[in-house]
Design a protein around this ligand. Structure first.
Ligand code: AMP
Ligand code: ZN
Ligand code: FE
Ligand code: FE
Length: 300
């Protein structure tokens, strides 16, 4: 059974519509795909309908932009109720932060001689819920200023580069608790990838596990073989679920094809059990988390 728990559609910064993404996942032989757009559940309905047509299991998720001890960290949230007011409000804050800094990014680009306006960004952002740095990167590609997103980040958009502008992100420990209150489970995305490696020490991962974190993304292409082995050991010591995923973004991110990393059925089973427990408690408190999908041989 092939399970990929981290993929983006063009509702955030991937390049395939949710239904196209699901079709590609079926082509890649996946049995289970999680749609995890940045800070938005807008693609869920479309992906769900396509998953039914292609007979694959769709796990609805989000990748929430968080901050911990001054560093950015990405939290994968599976099966929360995105309309649960405290969660919905926090997601709006993150999305507004991303949209709101666009003028500042454009002003900084102007200072280094690159002329782009908001319309240029909107044109490349298409179906996206919020326009982030990847869309600015795409506009720079469209203008011929750079040849791909990576070059745009390296030259202009990454921290320390001339057009970098910080934005709002949710506090990580609080978001882990909030996802649980909304009936979902959370898994730290690429904990030792760029950005969060410095702050997400083994000690901090153990503390987050205590605070309700369900898992860590061990197999991710930002991690070396040594890092994966170390993270797998931490997961088994702390009781965290160990996942593996592609972080597919279509043509928006090279080297992350669908199913390049996968999660084992037993780890998915543990995650869905945690989600079940969380959903039961959350329903009593008035949240309406989506029903966990049945996965043959895992939880049915
Ligand atoms: P934002 O949330 O608007 O700050 O944009 C951050 C997103 O940009 C991340 O979640 C990645 O998907 C993407 N990203 C970050 N660094 C790079 C890079 N070097 N090349 C391509 N995409 C990147
Ligand atoms: Zn992304
Ligand atoms: Fe991420
Ligand atoms: Fe991602």
């Amino acid at each position: 059974m092939l399970i990929d728990l981290h993929a983006h559609s063009s509702r955030s910064d991937g390049t395939d519509l949710p239904a196209e993404l699901v079709a590609l996942a079926a082509d890649a032989g996946l049995d289970v795909l999680a749609l995890t757009d940045h800070d938005s559940a807008d693609g869920w309905d479309e992906a769900r309908a396509a998953a039914e047509a292609y007979e694959i299991v769709l796990l609805p998720g989000l990748e929430i932009s968080c901050r911990h001890l001054g560093a950015g960290a990405h939290l994968l949230a599976y099966l929360p109720d995105p309309r649960f007011p405290p969660l919905a409000e926090e997601l709006v804050r993150v999305l507004d932060g991303r949209n709101g800094r666009l003028p500042a990014i454009l002003a900084r680009l102007h200072r280094v001689g690159v002329e782009l306006d908001v319309a240029d960004i909107r044109r490349v952002a298409g179906a996206a819920t919020a326009t982030g740095r990847p869309h600015v990167a795409d506009a720079l590609v469209a203008r011929g200023v750079v040849s791909n997103r990576d070059e745009a980040f390296d030259r202009f958009l990454s921290p320390g580069r001339p057009a970098y502008v910080d934005r709002y992100a949710a506090e990580l420990t609080e978001m882990v608790a909030l996802v649980a209150r909304a009936g979902g489970v959370s898994v730290l995305a690429h904990p030792w990838g760029r950005g969060s490696r410095r702050v997400l020490t083994p000690q901090v991962l153990a503390e987050l596990a205590e605070a309700g974190l369900a898992g860590i993304e061990v197999d991710h292409n930002d991690h070396s073989a040594e890092q994966r082995a170390a993270l797998r050991a931490i997961a088994s010591e702390t009781g965290l679920v160990a996942t593996g995923s592609s972080d597919y973004h279509g043509t928006g991110k090279v080297g992350h094809p669908l199913a390049c990393n996968t999660t084992s059925p037993d780890q998915l089973g543990r995650l869905l059990d945690r989600a079940d427990a969380s959903a039961q408690a959350a329903r009593q408190a008035g949240a309406e988390p989506p029903r966990a999908p049945g996965v043959a041989g895992v939880n049915t």
